[in-house]
Design a protein around this ligand. Sequence first.
Ligand code: XMP
Length: 327
Amino acid sequence: MDTNKRPETMKRITTPELAQAFIDEQITKMREQIGDKKVLLALSGGVDSSVVAALLIKAIGKQLVCVHVNHGLLRKGEPEQVIKVFRDEMDANLVYVDATDRFLDLLKDVDDPEEKRKIIGGEFIKVFAEEAAKLDGIEFLAQGTIYPDILESKDGIKAHHNVGGLPEDMDFELVEPVKLLYKDEVRVVGKELGLPDDMNYRQPFPGPGLGVRCPGAITRERLEAVRESDAILREEFKKEGLEGKVWQYFTVVPDFKSTGIKDGKRTFAWPVIIRAINTTDVVEVSVEHLRPEFMDHLVSRIISEVDGVNRVLYDFTPKPPATVEYE
Ligand code: XMP
């Protein structure tokens, strides 16, 4: 039997009852597979790896070791939330690695987008492998593979560019409890497992993180402007009732400055670009149009709260011709 094929008889998980049945079934299965051995998981804080972590914590508790690598390109509050939810609330065995300096030092002066992605992906694997090497007796590697990943890699559509891609020579047996689920089902399961809504309904976030939203060579100052403006945007979208409704929204701070004026003095600072898009398949993307008053409010908060910024722009371009991300 092809274990990577979703059986035609498998019911779509849409209710808490179906989610609970799935959770019970997976717990039994994983306990059988794993026995008293240890499992390693790269926990990014995204929906898929978080659901896998929560399932494994229920099934095998401290036999699971979660490693959360902060590459310095995460959104504001993300590493803190991972620690709070998994270490503090679920009592998980969590190794937190703040590798910010390592990544930012390597990325210094690198302006080619593909080179940036390669460095981030490669260094992530290195950090993760180093942490794995410090642990004894790990025999399994858990992954948040979901069904679209399997379908897309089968059809050769998507060269897996996720930072979650791990070294092929790591000799572990895989544990992939959600590999036959679609994204909406993963969220229903996550809710039933008690994950917070802002983790469960989180918008897609690229593996290389804010790195691709700080086009060109990343500097700490410009990265901070991306992080702060993104945090404001997310907070305001939530207040506006747009969280969970708009597919993806974020800010970009490009590497050029323009002239402005503040308190009667000339400024020379970056613009913040806002992008908010809707899609079903990410192949074709349309732009979300915001209320004019809401836009004004966003501009005023970003301008007054984000250092080094004197302009706010809105990206009205659909995909195609523009991609979602800037790099
Ligand atoms: P693009 O920019 O290709 O984005 O139109 C389509 C979707 O993919 C996400 N994206 C990435 N996700 N690693 C990821 O895990 C990446 O390198 C990457 N690049 C883009 C993007 O956020 C959007 O949802």
